[in-house]
Design a protein around this ligand. Structure first.
Ligand SMILES: Cc1cc2nc3c(=O)[nH]c(=O)nc-3n(C[C@H](O)[C@H](O)[C@H](O)COP(=O)(O)O)c2cc1C
Length: 385
């Protein structure tokens, strides 16, 4: 069973423990990151979207022109432009990138107040219904050579037609995030790939995987599964645990720096977050309660799933981080394969040193994952991927 390895492409180098410095929008860094992901064996990169960050579709377009192979998972919030227009924009990027490199990650959004910054006043429940209809509308445009009429609950258009259609027969894949029951129900109905936000203990993840698969089966579909994976690697296991402790110390220091910055200028924006907590993109998301439960349990779960960063991020009131895998590359690859064995084939891998980790992961982790995935048996009931 093949795997897809993903990274995160942002417009400045930095992480939760080393806030970005330098230009606010660092074009040479975008190029360098994109190049390094491409050269180090990553298949695809996620480019995030919210109501204050630079536009991910434009960043993807630039990154596509400086890479040859790397594919994109472009975060995209329905509700702001017509789906007919979005379909043409993504089809255009598909052609610019040479075909087969574009994926749309549908973002329904967690925080009502933050979405209102862009003028979206629907509730989360309404937004999920709209997101599903948006996907149907985009697919209607992508798949038709003749004019299409559409009359839905949120969108209505007549004689829509795109001169460009996706380059390859496989089309433009739809990725989908969100952990609430409606998010999962709608993913089962319309996503190509459902993305979990992070690792959970194996038993719990197995149940969640089964729940998505059961809903997809009920809808008569198969949905590929992906999860984000936070890793802390060391040359030895002891070195990895020492690094894990350093990460927690740094999370505390950065939280303090951010509190001071918030007191100085309340409306401040940092890459990936607004310091005003009412506007945090993750506020109102479903996963937080579950992470709090996980963080109050044992510090190490299963083989090496470490809840230390989850607990620290709750203590320091920063965006809550799912638990991380800590160990040597060999140990971490082995632990990732336990999730692969459940039927998860996409792994969005991140450490805490955005630029520096790419080469380490490309050298130490990704080849091991591909080797182990190549040797792994298909889980019972899985179709070819
Ligand atoms: C891999 C991944 C990437 C995400 N990227 C973004 C993003 O760029 N912007 C955003 O606002 N939300 C992002 N989300 C959040 C979700 O799409 C979703 O809107 C959020 O979890 C709220 O839904 P819930 O309450 O159903 O969990 C992402 C989620 C996942 C799993």
């Amino acid at each position: 069973m093949s795997i897809e390895v993903l990274g995160v492409l942002v417009h400045r180098n930095g992480s939760e423990i080393s806030p970005p410095s330098g230009p606010l929008f660092d074009v040479p860094m975008i190029q360098r990151l994109a190049h390094d992901f491409d050269a180090n064996g990553y298949d695809r990169v996620l480019i995030l979207q919210n109501s204050f960050a630079p536009d991910p579709l434009v960043i993807a377009t630039h990154a596509a022109t400086v890479t040859r192979r790397l594919a994109f998972m472009v975060a995209h919030r329905p509700g702001f432009i017509a789906p007919t227009m979005a379909a043409r924009m993504f089809a255009t990027l598909d052609h610019i990138s040479g075909g087969g490199r574009v994926g749309v990650h549908i973002i329904t959004g967690a925080n009502d107040t933050e979405l209102q910054c862009d003028g979206d006043f629907l509730t989360k429940e309404q937004r999920y219904h709209r997101s599903a209809e948006y996907v149907r509308a985009m697919r209607a445009v992508w798949s038709s050579t003749t004019p299409v009429d559409f009359n839905g609950e949120f969108y209505r258009f007549n004689k829509a037609l795109s001169e460009l259609r996706p380059v390859t027969a496989a089309g433009i894949p739809i990725y989908w995030g969100g952990a609430s029951p409606l998010a999962i129900e709608k993913a089962a109905e319309c996503a190509d790939v459902y993305a979990f936000g992070g690792l959970k203990p194996l038993d719990q993840m197995r149940q969640d995987v089964a729940a998505v698969q059961a809903l997809a089966m009920k809808a008569g579909r198969t949905v590929r599964l992906q999860t984000s994976v936070r890793v802390i690697l060391g040359e030895t296991e002891a070195a990895a645990w020492a690094e894990a402790r350093r990460v927690v110390d740094r999370l505390g220091e950065v939280a303090l720096e951010q509190r001071r910055a918030l007191e100085r200028d309340g409306g401040a924006v940092r890459t990936g977050m607004r310091l005003d907590k009412a506007l945090a993109t993750t506020k109102g998301g479903t996963g937080r309660g579950e992470l709090e439960r996980i963080a109050t349990g044992p510090e190490v779960l299963d083989k090496r799933l470490w809840t230390g960063i989850t607990r620290a991020s709750i203590d320091f009131a920063t965006p809550t981080l799912p638990p991380a895998l800590v160990g040597t590359a060999e140990q971490v690859a082995d632990a990732i394969m336990d999730y692969h064995a459940m039927g998860i084939t996409g792994f969005l891998i991140r450490g805490f040193d955005l630029l520096g980790d790419i080469e380490t992961h490309g050298r130490e982790l990704i080849p091991r994952l591909r080797m182990l995935a190549g040797a792994a048996k298909k889980p019972v009931g899985a179709k070819n991927s």
